[in-house]
Design a protein. Structure first.
Length: 178
């Protein structure tokens, strides 16, 4: 009987994490629905594209915060798996490198051809900068729960990079308004 109970344990953990993500998505959807109901006016209807973008940012933000508990549980349960942490550290640093690339593309003059690689990075760089806080929170959480110093260093380094990318990007956006 003990063997069956142990075999169910990873499955129940996985289901618990999935349920947490589903709950976070439901809360995020409810937040967007409430926001849409509260702000339903002619001005919102006139600029429906901007409203849809704002709703998607709200959905991502609320989901990102709501996903912290199930993510923390999953990361805690993955502490004994060094291969996971090695891969997570490498992936986090690679994602942080895309943040640096997007920030550089955002800061460079906008003279690149739209069909070129530089032009494509330039067009998509603001969206990548807006995703930086979500990545930073994820990497911070993983860094705090990482079982070894090398993994913690890589993940917290990626957190610092994503934080710098976001704040530097925001500063370039608000500077013209001074």
């Amino acid at each position: 009987m003990t063997g069956k109970r142990d075999a169910m344990r990873p499955l129940s953990r996985t289901l618990l994490v999935i349920a947490g993500y589903v709950l976070a998505l439901m809360v995020a959807g409810a937040a967007v629905a409430i926001h849409a109901a509260i702000t339903d006016d002619p001005d919102s209807q006139a600029s429906s594209g901007m409203r849809a973008f704002g709703d998607s940012i709200l959905l991502l933000a609320v989901f990102g915060l709501g996903a912290i508990p199930p993510s923390a549980a999953a990361l805690f349960w993955l502490r004994p798996c060094p291969s996971f942490w090695r891969a997570a550290s490498v992936v986090a640093l690679a994602i942080a490198a895309t943040g640096i690339t997007a920030l550089i593309a955002h800061l460079l003059p906008q003279g690149a051809d739209a069909g070129s690689v530089a032009g494509t990075w330039s067009v998509w760089s603001p969206l990548r900068v807006l995703l930086a806080p979500l990545f930073a929170i994820t990497f911070l959480l993983a860094g705090l729960l990482a079982p070894a110093r090398s993994y913690r260093s890589a993940l917290l380094g990626a957190t610092a990079i994503e934080t710098a990318v976001f704040f530097w990007g925001v500063l370039t956006w608000i500077q013209p308004f001074r």
